[in-house]
Design a protein around this ligand. Structure first.
Ligand SMILES: [Zn+2]
Length: 407
């Protein structure tokens, strides 16, 4: 057993009250007691029922402490980069036009297919280290750049290797991203292969806990997406979808009705989508760095989501095309200044709500008793200063299961 003190402000993210500010669970002059890698007790130091003088104590030096962040939406396993696309977009070519002439995601698919599992693992490791330095202790990783049975499985196997290596917890997701170029003239054959072989194999081998589908122009249609999610559900996988990002497809309603755990992007979501998500308890995953990087001025309907009681998570969408960033703090600050979240909503969105988007029921994303002892220790004077700074680096130390893993 060991205790952390010297915590000027603790955010447990486990407050039970109604408002986001109360749900932060703010405690001043706090202590966190850890045993066997989990939180045994957290609260005001003076109220600790355990004899703090008699157990090993780590003084954090009057810092703000919150749960290790949960980045609930990344495409972290890939090869190559999209710097040439970036340059073309800055000259005025659209994301869709670049994709149509064979650039865009096809570039990443070609590089990823050619890379060995070892090469993909080696490329992914420093990305995880960068996230760790930013306080991220749990990372969702999507496949979706392989676009063949073999190559999608390889991407998920790389995620499994990264999970074994640690220190972060990895949550792998099978993503059906676009129709492979080889199947462009026979899309139905690819969907059937996904439904009849890829999803059953991924589920049987437990290579992913969820299936995600990208429903948009240039990706899957609403009907194809519904077949894919229905197959995921039949095989016991949680459901997710990239929806209403570049165009309004209306698929958000169907995905929520199929029981989607989370829906991502939502820039074009309408009132029907918001209502369906509220009825189904679906989490909205907001990815402001992607809209920023694409120069897309549309924003998700945050006021309507809040009004309807839809929980909002915030993630990096780390990927080479639309969000080449390792900075969850930039994402959260943009979620406030540009999308209209409050800092409390954004902080909950990177911790407790993000864990909900991933169906993690072990207290992850909070510092309540029983939760993993994953701590992000920040060098800021107050919790409000966590998101006050564009591109600043507020995290001084990251701890996982009670052990320091980055400083
Ligand atoms: Zn994405």
């Amino acid at each position: 057993m060991r205790a952390f003190t010297g915590i000027s402000e603790l955010l447990t993210m486990a407050g039970q009250e109604a408002s986001p500010e109360e749900r932060l669970g703010l405690v001043r002059d706090a202590a966190v007691v850890v045993e066997h890698g989990r939180v045994r007790w957290s609260g005001a130091r003076a109220a600790c029922p355990l004899p703090l003088g008699e157990i090993e104590t780590i003084d954090l030096g009057q810092r703000v402490v919150l749960p290790g962040l949960v980045d609930c939406h990344t495409h972290l396993v890939f090869a190559g980069d999209r710097a040439a696309d970036f340059e073309a977009r800055c000259r005025g070519e659209s994301y869709q036009a670049i994709a149509q002439r064979g650039g865009g995601i096809a570039t990443t698919v070609a590089s990823t297919r050619q890379a060995s599992r070892e090469a993909l693992t080696a490329l992914a490791r420093p990305r995880l280290v960068a996230l760790l330095g930013a306080g991220v202790t749990t990372v969702e990783i999507k496949s979706g750049y392989g676009l063949s049975l073999e190559s999608e499985l390889a991407q998920l196997e790389v995620a499994a290797t990264l999970a074994r290596e640690g220190p972060q917890a990895i949550v792998p997701t099978l993503l059906l991203h676009i129709v492979p170029p080889e199947y462009r003239e026979r899309r139905d054959d690819w969907v059937r292969l996904v439904v009849e072989r890829l999803i059953p194999e991924v589920a049987a081998r437990k290579l992913a806990s969820a299936v995600d589908v990208y429903c948009d122009v240039g990706a899957f249609s609403a009907d194809e997406s519904a077949r894919i999610l229905a197959a995921g559900r039949a095989h016991g996988l949680a459901l997710k979808a990239h929806v209403e990002q570049l165009s309004a497809t209306g698929f958000a309603v169907r995905a929520a009705e199929l029981g989607a755990r989370s829906l991502e992007h939502l820039e074009h979501a309408d009132a029907a989508a918001v209502a369906a998500m509220a009825r189904a308890g679906t989490v909205a995953v907001l990815l402001p760095t992607a809209s920023l990087f694409l120069g897309d001025a549309r924003r998700p309907p945050v006021a309507a989501l809040r009004e309807a009681g839809v929980a909002m998570a915030v993630a990096t969408d780390l990927n080479p095309g639309s969000s080449p960033t390792f900075d969850p703090w930039l994402a959260a600050t943009l979620a406030c200044t540009w999308y209209g979240l409050t800092p409390a909503e954004a902080l909950l969105g990177m911790t407790a709500v993000a864990a909900r988007a991933l169906d993690l029921g072990d207290g992850r994303g909070t510092l309540a008793p029983g939760a993993p002892a994953d701590l992000a220790v920040a060098r800021v004077p107050t919790w409000q200063a966590l998101l006050y700074g564009l591109g600043h680096r507020p995290i001084a130390e990251t701890w996982i299961a009670g052990l320091r893993v980055a400083a």
